[in-house]
Design a protein around this ligand. Structure first.
Ligand code: FAD
Length: 114
């Protein structure tokens, strides 16, 4: 069942002015597959403002990680861009998405489209 979990920022990396990574702890986040995404959010006026983000941490990593751009005039990404260590955020459990290796048809060669 989809549910919001509490998470805490454990580190952030600013690759440049417009690309940053957030790494956060989230107890009880269920196993996911490389390539999946989930919703990340912050609480605002008793609601959760959220958007989907791909998980770039490995499925066996202790913490979860996203990499994002702060979209000018965006509602959420500038807020995520300001988060610091120990700040709270909300993570939707479980992760979802089918851009995963299991979905690649078994064959000797990968074929190109178009
Ligand atoms: C499945 C999925 C996975 C995603 N994974 C990531 C991810 O790993 N990292 C990430 O940064 N974003 C990712 N996104 C986009 C993310 O969910 C948000 O749309 C983005 O952060 C903007 O949210 P916002 O609330 O700041 O902007 P909003 O207030 O929602 O404004 C949206 C506006 O920003 C534009 N926009 C959205 N993304 C970008 C962008 N990258 N550059 C410029 N303009 C943009 C939209 O076209 C729209 O005009 C993903 C989206 C989907 C659907």
């Amino acid at each position: 069942m989809a549910q919001w979990l509490d998470a805490t920022v454990v580190s952030r990396t600013d690759w440049n002015d417009h690309l940053f990574s957030l790494r956060f702890s989230c107890a009880d986040f269920p196993q996911f597959k490389a390539g999946q995404f989930t919703k990340v959010g912050v609480e605002q006026d008793d609601k959760i403002l959220s958007r989907p983000y791909s998980l770039v941490s490995g499925p066996d990593d202790k913490e979860l990680e996203i990499i994002a751009v702060p979209v000018e005039d965006g509602l959420l990404s500038p807020k995520l861009h300001k988060l610091q260590i120990d700040d709270s955020l909300k993570i939707m459990s479980p992760a979802t998405g089918f851009l995963i290796l299991d979905e690649v048809p078994k064959s000797r060669d990968l074929e190109t489209c178009g």
